[in-house]
Each structure stands twice: as structure tokens, then as C-alpha cells.
Design a protein around this ligand. Structure first.
Ligand SMILES: NC(=O)c1ccc[n+]([C@@H]2O[C@H](COP(=O)([O-])OP(=O)(O)OC[C@H]3O[C@@H](n4cnc5c(N)ncnc54)[C@H](OP(=O)(O)O)[C@@H]3O)[C@@H](O)[C@H]2O)c1
Length: 265
């Protein structure tokens, strides 16, 4: 499958993996629709894409506001034509113990990481079903396979995404619609700096694991290879995270012990 001429809507396109996906898809001649909250950052990414992309438009959007999501989907379908591929990449992480995390932060993590993607899918799916064509791509995480300390609600939301999109994949397969779930491991972005702390503040630090991790560009390339191959699921990570996913499946008790031994006291 080639991305040339495909209409691709990316959420979380203002930075990190989403911006990497935009640049890679631009280099392959796709029509791009870029969404996130920060319009100035989206415009910078748009500027990097315009020379190569078939087109690149910006559609600012706060995924935690269902009304905005529905309105954006309507406007996208009316003004940009049918969406061939929708990539749910927006997300916010967490750095706080479960016991120190407020109800508001737990709910905010579910809103942005889970309900935002569900709401946008609900708004775009009818047009895909009518055309009997479309591809939904959701960026979950290795944290959607494995629960680790300081990320309880982030992990919960990423697990929820996998469950939702596994169900949807089976429901829409006969309608010509594909669903690909991506589980990245550590990727060198600012995700930890922007992660919520227990009281809704921002963590503000780049985790050591992220400093020498896979680049967003390499991550985007591997994601697009999985999408082109219409894989149902792909883990995009280094060997350590891949091994952890393997252990979670085949030797869960060993993995739980290892995770426990690295838990903050
Ligand atoms: N980096 C990693 O190690 C890693 C590992 C596994 C999974 N992931 C997942 O990969 C995805 C991308 O993360 P990243 O690492 O590239 O981090 P990032 O650079 O912080 O990107 C997060 C993106 O989400 C957008 N976003 C946040 N809240 C939003 C909201 N309410 N409405 C709309 N957009 C919103 C941000 O844009 P605005 O702030 O402009 O809204 C930004 O574009 C996330 O889903 C993350 O969970 C990352």
C-alpha cells in the first residue's frame, strides 16, 4: 500500500511521534490534516510538510471536548473530503503514584487518552462505513500491555484503547475497514515533561529512558510500515520493551517480580 494521494488525519500532530508521522507521510505525497490544541506548533509542522505533501491543512482541536470533536469531524469531512486513514496519536502521560493521584487527574487521563479517540472514531466511522473503505490507526503503548508504577491511569487508558479497537476491528472487518493498534516503547519525545503529576501539575523532566530512545522519525517509519502492511497490531520499540511484552504474555509472574523490584518505595 502506498500513501501517495491518501487523505490522512493525524491527532497529536503538533509534536513528537505525530509530527514525525506528518513529515514521513508528507515525504510520501499524502494529503494531511493535522490536529492538536497548539495551533502555532501545528503551523510549524505544516510548514515542514508543505513542500512534499499533496496538501497539508491544520485543524486545531481539544480532544477532551466532545462537542469540538464532533464539529471538527464534520468540518474535516466537508472541507477535506473522505478520510482514508485516521491516526489517533494524541496523548498525555502520568508520573504519580496511584495513591497520590486526584480523581480529576485520573479522569483527565481517560478523557484525553481514551474517550477522545473513541469520540473521534464515532464521528468519522459512519463515512468510512458508507464508502466501505478506511483505516483506523491508534497509538496505544507498551503501557497498554503492561502496568508499571507511576502510570496507573495512563496504563489503564492505553489498555482500554487496545480492548476497544480489538473489538472494533472484528466488527468492521467485513465492511472493508482496517484497524491497526501501535504499541510504542520508549520514544525520544517530550512526553514525560508534559506528563500529569498527581495534582494536575506537569512533571517537567525528561526521563532517563527517553533520552537515548528510538527517534520519533524511526518510530513513524515503523508505524507506517505496519499500517501499509495492514497489521492488526505492532510493537514499535527496542528489545527490552519487546522482551517485557513477551514476558507479560508467557511468564507474567516473572515480569511482575521484575517490575516490583524497580518500583519506587
Ligand atoms: N514517547 C513515548 O515514549 C511513547 C511511548 C508509548 C506511547 N506513546 C504515545 O504516543 C503518542 C504521542 O506521544 P509523544 O511521545 O509524541 O508525546 P508528545 O510530543 O507530548 O505528543 C502528544 C501530542 O498529543 C497532543 N495532545 C495532548 N493533549 C491533547 C488534547 N487534549 N487534545 C488534542 N491533542 C492533544 C499534543 O498536542 P497539544 O499539546 O498541542 O494539544 C501533542 O501533539 C501518545 O499517545 C503517547 O501516549 C509515546
Amino acid at each position: 500500500m502506498s500513501f501517495q494521494g491518501k487523505r490522512v488525519w493525524i491527532t497529536g500532530a503538533s509534536s513528537g511521534i505525530g509530527a514525525g508521522l506528518a513529515r514521513e507521510l508528507a515525504s510520501q505525497g499524502a494529503h494531511l490534516l493535522l490536529s492538536a490544541r497548539r495551533e502555532d506548533e501545528l503551523r510549524k509542522v505544516q510548514g515542514e510538510c508543505l513542500a512534499d505533501a499533496a496538501s497539508a491543512e491544520v485543524l486545531p482541536l481539544d480532544l477532551t471536548d466532545p462537542e469540538q470533536v464532533r464539529h471538527a469531524a464534520q468540518s474535516a469531512l466537508q472541507n477535506h473530503g473522505p478520510i482514508d486513514i485516521l491516526i489517533h496519536c494524541a496523548g498525555v502521560s502520568q508520573r504519580s503514584l496511584a495513591r497520590d493521584t486526584s480523581d480529576a487527574v485520573d479522569r483527565a487521563l481517560m478523557e484525553i487518552n481514551y474517550f477522545g479517540a473513541v469520540e473521534l472514531t464515532r464521528a468519522v466511522l459512519p463515512a468510512m462505513l458508507a464508502r466501505k473503505e478506511g483505516h483506523l490507526v491508534v497509538v496505544s503503548s507498551v503501557a497498554g500491555k503492561i502496568g508499571t508504577p507511576l502510570r496507573s491511569s495512563y496504563c489503564a487508558a492505553k489498555h482500554a484503547l487496545i480492548g476497544y479497537f480489538d473489538s472494533l476491528r472484528a466488527e468492521v472487518f467485513g465492511d472493508g475497514i482496517f484497524v491497526t493498534t501501535i504499541c510504542p516503547g520508549y520514544i525520544a519525545t517530550e512526553i514525560s515533561s508534559k506528563a500529569y503529576t498527581g495534582n494536575g501539575g506537569r512533571y517537567g523532566k525528561v526521563d532517563a529512558e527517553l533520552q537515548h530512545a528510538m527517534s520519533p522519525t524511526e518510530c513513524a517509519r515503523q508505524i507506517l510500515r505496519a499500517v501499509a502492511a495492514r497489521k492488526p497490531e505492532a510493537v514499535v520499540s527496542g528489545p527490552k520493551e519487546r522482551m517485557a511484552v513477551y514476558l507479560r504474555r508467557f511468564c507474567p509472574q516473572l515480569l511482575f517480580r521484575l517490575i516490583r523490584s524497580h518500583a519506587p518505595s
